[in-house]
Design a protein. Structure first.
Length: 552
């Protein structure tokens, strides 16, 4: 029997890609994944468009061709000539939802066909029936309508790190560890950056106008136990030890004095040598609670240490404790439920905006995770050891100032203006995002340092900007409910679920099931309030079912 061709619509794919190139404003409606496109060339083009628009760059044929050429993918997709054909005869999309619906239906059919073929193959091979049936049930669930998909607690609203945020070495590191844990890819990139920055220490800096060094304070945000934040941190610390078996990692700090004493201890009493220390906190909650104790100096000392002052000092009742040329990095874990209990003062006290707040989407649990791919870890460790040796002249007390190329400087001025207005509609986000410009430059420094480049080029700055955009989106995702009353949080939770189900709406009964922690009386009370004459939600009867839609 001849095999039928896989369901596809090349013209629909071209219409969507060409429509976005003609009208970038249509992008928010494009809720598609690369795998939804049949042609590999279209998947590549879609990824490039997504990454450019995620970095707030306009996209047209010229810009897209330049980006694909930079990625060495232009010829692979058919060259600039093929790109120009995408917009031939394509009208500006007035009903793009129709095109998306067609594409998703073809994509779902292809996945179902592949699943059916795999089930047939495994059944004929005599595999255990229960195992096949269980896996098929999971596959079928993943192909169901959006309103029927199970949602993780907080992770469904968290942004995803775009492909364009990764450098090549970070990508190899991800390939080495990702199949050994269900930890989010965002965690792996954040831990990688924190560890590589600590390996570099004070060997490189950027002047803006005071020297800044590539140290990060990183908070991985996710559900306790399930998100595997500690596992991601553990892999990063193992990499640091592999690069330098004398690398200093501490698991806790009791006070500001204790922090400085630990650094001074590593340096030795009379050493002028710079020492990098990575503090690994199992839970940031404990450190904040210690800081809230009367007379504690942890927060103030950590805040000062972040700036890598030449002398870090804490005055005691007897003698001041000093550490010279200290370099402090930190990485820890935080759960959404714990963040809800923080006070505004905990975030406004100067420490909140020094952290990278990195949320992660929970991946499928791995029952028997294999160890990391050691060959890839070895390759990354060798690369970073070479980097450390290259900038090793800092051992003599010298530090290398990295500078922007003219092209990167122009790009940086554009991004700085954008970051400067961050959070104008949300005072908390404005406070938490005050150091986004520094975070961005630090990532660019690390990417340049890995390549042994004394100049930060556009190829280093662009992925740093993309990662910083992710951090900005993360602030809104993590702290959008901060300080709201319980009623407001419940209403926002209801609205978020309905928005994700648009344009098809969501069954009222299904929504109540999703909000299992909200009892029926509370759920109905919130809906009555939200579906009034000026409410944000409308109810529509369809037979025996009631569907909910956003009024906007």
């Amino acid at each position: 029997m001849p095999t039928k061709a896989a369901p596809e619509s090349i013209e629909t794919e071209r219409a969507i890609l060409g429509g976005v190139l003609l009208e970038n404003a249509a992008w928010p409606k494009i809720e598609l994944d690369p795998a939804d496109f049949f042609l590999p060339a279209h998947q590549t083009i879609f990824l490039a468009i997504r990454d450019l628009l995620s970095a707030s760059s306009p996209v047209d044929l010229v810009i897209l061709a330049e980006e694909l050429a930079r990625r060495e993918q232009l010829e692979r997709i058919g060259g600039a000539a093929y790109l120009s054909h995408l917009t031939d005869g394509v009208p500006r999309l007035q009903n793009i939802e129709h095109y998306i619906k067609i594409l998703k239906e073809h994509s779902q059919r292809r996945r179902l066909i592949r699943a059916g073929t795999e089930i047939t193959r495994r059944a004929e091979a005599g595999e255990e029936v229960g195992q096949i049936a269980e896996e098929f049930k999971l596959t079928a669930a993943s192909e169901s309508k959006p309103e029927d998909r199970p949602l993780a607690d907080h992770t469904d609203k968290y942004p995803i790190v775009p492909e364009a945020a990764w450098c090549l070495t970070a990508r190899v590191y991800l390939e080495a560890v990702k199949n050994s844990t269900s930890a989010s890819e965002a965690y792996h990139l954040a831990v990688f950056l924190t560890v590589v920055g600590a390996i570099l220490g004070r060997s490189v800096f950027f002047r803006m106008p005071h020297p800044i060094y590539p140290n990060f304070y990183t908070a991985l945000v996710g559900r306790s136990g399930r998100a595997k934040k500690g596992t991601a941190i553990g892999f990063g610390c193992r990499l640091a030890r592999q690069v330098n078996n004398e690398f200093h990692i501490k698991s806790s700090v009791d006070s500001g004095q204790g922090l400085v004493e630990q650094i001074a201890k590593f340096q030795g009493l009379h050493s002028e040598k710079s020492t990098a220390v990575l503090f690994r906190f199992a839970e940031l909650k404990g450190q904040i609670e210690k800081a809230n104790r009367e007379g504690s100096t942890i927060i103030s000392t950590l805040s000062e240490a972040f700036d890598c002052e030449d002398v870090l000092e804490v005055n005691t009742r007897t003698n001041p404790v000093q550490a010279k040329k200290a370099f402090v990095a930190a990485v820890g874990a935080a759960s959404p439920s714990w963040l809800d209990k923080l006070q505004m003062a905990d975030l406004e006290g100067g420490i909140g905006n020094r952290f990278l707040w990195v949320p992660g989407r929970s991946r499928e649990p791995i029952p028997l995770p294999p160890p990391p791919i050691q060959s890839k870890l070895n390759a990354v460790a060798q690369e970073l050891a070479g980097m450390r040796g290259w900038w090793g002249k800092a051992e003599d007390g010298k530090e290398t100032e990295l500078v922007l190329t003219p092209e990167a400087e122009e790009r940086w001025r554009w991004f700085y203006k954008k970051v400067y207005t961050l959070g104008s509609e949300d005072p908390l986000v404005e406070i938490m995002g005050e150091r986004m410009d520094q975070h961005c430059i630090k990532v660019a420094m690390i990417y340049a340092a890995i390549e042994r480049s004394p100049e930060i080029g556009i190829q280093h700055l662009n992925p740093a900007i993309v990662f910083t955009q992710f951090l900005i989106e993360s602030l809104y995702a993590i702290f959008s409910d901060f300080g709201l009353s319980e009623i407001m949080k419940q209403q926002r939770q209801i609205e978020d679920h309905i928005r994700r189900a648009m344009p098809g709406g969501i069954r009222k009964r299904r929504l109540q099931q999703k909000l299992g922690r909200m009892d029926a009386e509370t759920f109905n009370r919130r809906l009555r309030w939200m579906t009034g004459e000026e409410g944000s939600i409308r109810e529509v009867k369809d037979g025996r079912s009631t569907y909910l839609y956003m009024n906007e």
